[in-house]
Design a protein around this ligand. Structure first.
Ligand code: C2E
Ligand code: MG
Ligand code: MG
Ligand code: MG
Length: 285
C-alpha cells in the first residue's frame, strides 16, 4: 500500500519543451476558437443506488491540428492567463445547454466555470443567453466552481455566485477538500452540491480517508448540500463511498467522458439496468 497508493503523477513533458510551446499554444487558441477545434465531452454522474443518470458534466477538449488531443489541464490555465477563457467559456455554456435540451428531463448539465469568468461582469448575461438560445430551463444547468477559485477575491466571487443563483441555476463546489480552508467556504455560500475530490475516493480503502468522506457527507446533509463522489474507478470504491453515504457518483467505473451521441445512448443504457441489480453491482464487503 505504501508503495503505490499515495504516489500519483500526471504525465508531464520535459519542462523546456513545455515552455517553448506555451506561447505558441496561446496564439493557436485564438485561431482554434474560430476554427472550431474545441468540443465538449460529457461524463455521466449517476445515482449511487440506482445507477440512473442524474446529470452529465461537460468537459472541454481541444483537437489541435498538429498536437492532437490536448487535455484541459494543458490549455485552461493558458486560456485564463490570456483572457481567452471568457469567449471559450461562453462557447462552452451555449454548446452544453444546446446539447442538454436533447436529454430527457430532469437530467442536468454541469459546466465548469473559471474564476476569471466569475470576476468579470457579463457571466450572468452569458448564462441567460445560453439558456434562452437553447430553451433549457435554468434549473437544469449547474455551474461548477473549484475551491481554489474562492481563495482569491472571494467577496467578488461570492457576490457573482449569488447573482447566478438568482437566475435559477445550481452551483456546485468542485474538487472539495483540496483547498486550504475547505470548510470555511461552506459557510460562505449555500452550494447545491459538494463534489468530493477524487484524491479522497482514490484512498477510500484507508479508514482515515473514509472517515473524512463520512464527515463531509454528514456536513453536507446538515447544510442541505448533496454529495457527489468524483473519480470512482472500482467496484470496491463504489461500495465504500455508498457505505459512507455519498448519493451520487461519477467516474471511469461508469463511464469516461463521452461524445454527445454516446452520452445519449448511455442514458438509455443506464435506464435499463434494474435498480436492484445495480445495488448488487458492488460485492459484499
Ligand atoms: P473537474 O471539473 O474536476 O473534472 C473531472 C475530471 O476528472 C475530468 O478531467 C475527468 O475526465 C476526470 N475523471 C473523471 N472520472 C475519473 C476517474 O474515475 N479517474 C480519473 N483518474 N479521472 C477521472 P478532464 O476532463 O481532464 O478535466 C480536468 C479539469 O479541467 C476539470 O476538472 C476542470 O477543472 C477543468 N475543465 C474541463 N473543462 C472545462 C471547461 O469547460 N471550463 C473550465 N473552466 N474548466 C474546465
Ligand atoms: Mg468539474
Ligand atoms: Mg472535480
Ligand atoms: Mg479538477
Amino acid at each position: 500500500k505504501a508503495a503505490g497508493r499515495n504516489t500519483y503523477r500526471e504525465f508531464e513533458p520535459n519542462a523546456g519543451a513545455r515552455i517553448a510551446t506555451r506561447g505558441q499554444l496561446a496564439l493557436d487558441m485564438k485561431e482554434a476558437i474560430r476554427a472550431q477545434e474545441f468540443h465538449l465531452v460529457y461524463q455521466p454522474v449517476v445515482d449511487a443506488e440506482t445507477g440512473a443518470v442524474v446529470s452529465f458534466e461537460a468537459l472541454m477538449r481541444w483537437r489541435h491540428p498538429i498536437q492532437g488531443e490536448i487535455p484541459p489541464s494543458a490549455f485552461i490555465p493558458l486560456a485564463e492567463e490570456a483572457g481567452l477563457i471568457v469567449p471559450l467559456g461562453a462557447w462552452a455554456l451555449h454548446e452544453a445547454c444546446r446539447e442538454a435540451v436533447s436529454w430527457p428531463a430532469p437530467i442536468r448539465v454541469a459546466v465548469n466555470v473559471s474564476g476569471v469568468q466569475l470576476r468579470r461582469a457579463g457571466l450572468e448575461a452569458t448564462v441567460l443567453a445560453a439558456l434562452a438560445g437553447s430553451g433549457l430551463s435554468a434549473d437544469r444547468l449547474k455551474l461548477e466552481v473549484t475551491e481554489s477559485v474562492l481563495m482569491q477575491d472571494s467577496e467578488v466571487i461570492i457576490a457573482s455566485l449569488h447573482r447566478l443563483r438568482a437566475l435559477g441555476v445550481l452551483i456546485a463546489l468542485d474538487d472539495f477538500g483540496t483547498g486550504y480552508s475547505s470548510l470555511s467556504y461552506l459557510r460562505r455560500f449555500p452550494f447545491d452540491k459538494i463534489k468530493i475530490d477524487r484524491a479522497f475516493i482514490r484512498d477510500i480503502a484507508d479508514p482515515d480517508a473514509a472517515a473524512i468522506v463520512r464527515a463531509v457527507v454528514s456536513i453536507g446533509e446538515r447544510l442541505g448540500m448533496g454529495i457527489v463522489a468524483e473519480g470512482v474507478e472500482t467496484i470496491e470504491q463504489l461500495d465504500l463511498v455508498r457505505q459512507e453515504g455519498c448519493t451520487q457518483v461519477q467516474g471511469f467505473l461508469f463511464s469516461r467522458p463521452l461524445p454527445p451521441d454516446a452520452a445519449r445512448s448511455y442514458v438509455d443504457f443506464a435506464s435499463q439496468i434494474h435498480p436492484s441489480r445495480f445495488a448488487q453491482f458492488a460485492p459484499p464487503s
